[in-house]
Ligand binder design. Structure first.
Ligand code: ADP
Length: 456
């Protein structure tokens, strides 16, 4: 009886059962938060994931088998039906798949099921990078020079580029995952870059609209973690994510900024979140140039792969906080209750060849994940797990936390050294080289770090 009382006191205000519309490590991460909140866990799954860890651990599992495995996680009507069939109060979309899909959020709303994330209107606004740029500029956030409307043709792109000066970058309005973006250093290349970006955007997002932005040279990628409840917002400091391949992050860490810069940028992102009435977890992404100027890139309106770094630094369970505000609770944390302690680094252990980043999935005949002081592992991997080829290559996230950066680095290196993932190639050898590389040790890192260093 006592344990029941305790269980209820931890329960979220509204949700008895939540459906996870995702897979892999993030599905497991969400399941863990739901369990600590006393909420029942349902999950959808494709054929390839039927024996996966999050499916095995959930209370209810709904198969959605499709010829194209991605469709299991993208079929809006099938997922709405699954949510109804298990009587879920809410759906957690995780990241990727339908996480930023306003039509999905709207369909759930029509059925009286809560979408754990911002409103469909906010998703629509932020899903359009052009609108997001102008909204955030009017909220007082710094943005790079560029177009404030979709660019119709290469001639118009040429005019804008001439105005802001080369190099420029052509980006998809509906973009994500670095898809389609083209850096243009001279007017001669503008025409072909425009067409390439537009056609890639059309095939990847069904939306060929593009815009032109000043290319920020020698930039660093810095992002702020935000939580809003529709009225108020707080920030949880920054993460540094400049180590990227194909514009996608592989190693993230924090903190990175001095306190004054963190406070002033923090106030700006909080204002940005309030302006749009943001509810849920969000990441405000920026580039920072060598003069220390910030340029807003986009808002990711969902839990982010690297939220773990911030959880280690602040001690907050961000996934639970996101679920709580979706259930109607207010934030319940004041800005001065959020303190960053020590230093945290996350290595994304992708099943990829560390030399050319080509996918290298397979069956894990042995899987030994690290532990020890200051080490956290978020992974759905286990011995015997057969990693499907059709999905993302992220297999494990290994996160270290230390009193300072030096300690976080040595802990992460020791953890990577003891990790055994036999049966697949992983980025571990590359991460270990980065952790010893002099420029990395000196924090001399920009977004071209991997191209600038020959890790062979
Ligand atoms: P996506 O949504 O496709 O991931 P983002 O706008 O978030 O695109 O940018 C992803 C990455 O692309 C950035 O971290 C950076 O490496 C590069 N990038 C984007 N815009 C610029 C820019 N204006 N100047 C320099 N690099 C950029």
């Amino acid at each position: 009886m006592d344990s029941n009382v305790k269980r209820l006191s931890h329960k979220t205000m509204g949700f008895s059962r939540v459906l996870i519309a995702n897979r892999g490590e993030i599905a497991l991460r969400i399941l863990r938060s739901l369990r600590t909140m006393g909420t029942e866990v349902a999950i959808i799954h494709g054929r390839e994931d039927r024996a996966s860890l999050p499916v095995r651990l959930s209370d209810y599992a709904v198969p959605i088998y499709r010829k194209d495995p991605l469709q299991s996680y993208l079929d809006i009507e099938a997922i709405v039906e699954a949510a109804k069939s298990v009587n879920a109060d809410a759906v957690h979309p995780g990241y990727g798949f339908l996480a930023e899909n306003s039509a999905f959020a709207r369909r759930l709303k029509d059925e009286g099921i809560v979408f754990i994330g911002p409103s469909p209107e906010v998703l629509e606004l932020l899903g359009d990078k052009i609108q997001a740029r102008s909204t955030m500029a009017s909220a007082g956030l710094p943005v790079a020079g560029g177009s404030d409307h979709p660019v119709e043709n290469p001639d118009e792109a040429n005019l804008i580029a001439a105005g802001i000066g080369y190099p420029v970058i052509i980006k998809a309005a509906a973009g994500g995952g670095g898809i389609g973006m083209q850096v243009v250093v001279s007017p001669d290349d503008l025409d072909s870059a425009f067409r390439l970006c537009s056609s890639r955007a059309k095939s990847a997002f069904g939306d060929g609209r593009v815009f032109v932005e000043k290319y920020i040279q020698n930039a660093q990628h810095i992002e702020f973690q935000v939580l809003g409840d529709g009225t108020n917002a707080v920030h949880f400091g920054e993460r540094f994510c400049s180590i990227q391949r194909r514009h996608q992050k592989i190693l993230e860490e924090g903190p990175w900024l001095d306190e004054d810069t963190r406070n002033s940028m923090g106030q700006k992102v909080v204002e940005g979140a309030r302006t749009v009435g943001y509810s849920g977890l969000a990441t405000f992404e920026f580039l920072r140039d060598s003069d220390g100027e910030f340029y807003f890139l986009e808002v990711n309106p969902r839990v982010q792969v690297e939220h773990t770094v911030t959880e280690q630094l602040t001690g907050f369970d961000l996934v639970s906080l996101g679920i709580r505000v979706a259930s109607g609770e207010s934030i319940g944390i004041s800005q001065d209750q959020i303190q960053l302690t020590g230093h945290a680094i996350q290595a994304r252990v992708n099943a990829e060849k560390p030399t050319d980043f080509s996918p290298a999935p397979g069956r894990l005949w042995e899987c030994l994940l690290p532990s020890g002081p200051g080490i956290r592992v978020d992974s759905h991997a286990c011995s015997g797990y057969s990693m499907p080829r059709c999905f993302d290559s992220l297999l494990a996230k290994i996160i270290s936390h230390g009193r300072d950066r030096e300690e976080a680095i040595s802990r992460l290196d020791a953890a990577l050294r003891e990790t055994v993932l036999d049966g697949v190639d992983t980025l571990i050898p590359l991460h270990r080289k980065i952790l010893q590389e002099p420029n990395f040790l000196k924090k001399n890192v920009t977004i071209s770090y991997l191209e600038d260093h020959n890790f062979g």
